[in-house]
Design a protein around this ligand. Structure first.
Ligand code: ATP
Length: 330
């Protein structure tokens, strides 16, 4: 049984729908199991500044359906330096907090990993990012909602693209991984999906569009962020001069992908992960991420999640191709 009596919880990096459900679950499971639970505002920056408050069960009432994070989040420059992190450890000691649940992406876990090496604080990570780009988990909180948002937006763009015979380049988030692009592209029946880490894609897309343009057909091209050849705007600008008779448009979906009420899946998985994080602390576990593998909780060493990459599987790329989408990858 753990000697820890006080647990801190924070959200860090980019916000993601479902983070509130995870905070709520950590808070309630923590209190139900005899811990005091402390909210840390503004991620690592709040930890450095001591922006920490004791939470009661009712503090997390009415937040499960809300996007964003009620603890707020920040990108803390100070936390990159040992000097800044030492201030954070001092604050945690002052409050008597022995374990911190960090909800965030790979940057946040890199910071969390330093915490485990440099202090006596137990750290449990919960993957919270719309990009789904963390190694060791099939799923990250916010990803499902983001996919639904993108699918909805692209469906709407499709209506206007086909009415006007336009070629639309739609840029989606996803960092260097491409999960948002491939899954939303499949769901929307995109004509082309461009995912990161594939070479010379623009030339291949140009040839593909030439064939379609000859038949005067509209196209939706999903462009993941993180491509070597640039974003949707860059790619459209390269291609445009060769299609003088086509109306080529660019839509960068941007931050709408982060917002909105979390989907059922994001709320439920976040709740399961939050409870699992508290159980891990009770079992004296530390330095792990609560992952989600084959629809079950998995415990993954934190340092593995940041050292290894997770790529879109070839199987998924093949699914897209089999149903008629061009994926410029070979
Ligand atoms: P998302 O995937 O949504 O962007 P993230 O967790 O990867 O989320 P980052 O901005 O990369 O977001 O990281 C969040 C915070 O984690 C940073 O602002 C910083 O405080 C801390 N952090 C990131 N990388 C490091 C590092 N190398 N050393 C120490 N702290 C770090």
């Amino acid at each position: 049984m753990s000697k820890i009596k006080k647990i801190g919880v924070l959200t860090s990096g980019g916000d993601a729908p479902g983070m509130n459900a995870a905070i709520r679950a950590v808070t309630r499971a923590g209190i139900n199991n005899g811990f005091e639970v402390y909210g840390i505002r503004m991620g690592y920056q709040g930890m450095i500044e001591g922006d920490i408050f004791k939470m009661e069960s009712q503090d997390v009432s009415g937040i499960i359906q809300k996007g964003g994070t009620f603890l707020q989040t920040a990108r803390s420059i100070e936390f990159y330096e040992l000097e800044g992190r030492k201030k954070a450890y001092e604050q945690l000691h002052k409050f008597g907090i022995g374990a911190v649940v960090v909800i965030g992406g790979d940057g946040s876990f890199t910071g969390a990993n330093y915490m485990t090496q440099e202090s006596d604080i137990s750290v449990i990570g919960i993957p919270g990012t719309i990009d789904n780009d963390l190694f060791g988990t099939d799923y990250t909180i916010g990803y499902d909602t983001a996919l639904n948002t993108v699918t909805d937006a692209v469906d709407k763009i499709r209506d206007t693209a086909s009415s006007h015979n336009r070629i639309f380049f739609v840029e989606v988030m996803g960092r260097e991984a491409g999960f948002v692009a491939i899954n939303s592209g499949i769901a929307c029946g995109a004509e082309v999906i461009m995912v990161p880490r594939k070479r010379n894609q623009v030339d291949k897309v140009r040839l593909f569009l030439k064939e379609r343009a000859a038949k005067n057909r509209s196209s939706i091209i999903i462009v993941s962020e993180g491509l070597e050849e640039g974003g949707a705007m860059d790619i459209a600008n390269i291609i445009k001069p060769e299609f003088p008779h086509f109306d080529i448009r660019v839509s960068i979906l941007g931050h709408i992908q982060r917002g909105g009420s979390p989907s059922n899946k994001d709320r439920v998985v976040a709740s399961i992960m939050g409870i699992a994080a508290v159980e891990a602390i009770m079992d004296s576990q530390k330095n792990i991420m609560i992952g989600w593998k084959n629809e079950q909780v998995a415990h993954v060493p934190l340092n593995k999640t940041i050292k290894m990459h997770k790529d879109v599987s070839d199987d998924l790329l093949k699914v897209a191709e089999e149903i008629g989408t061009f994926v410029p990858r070979k």
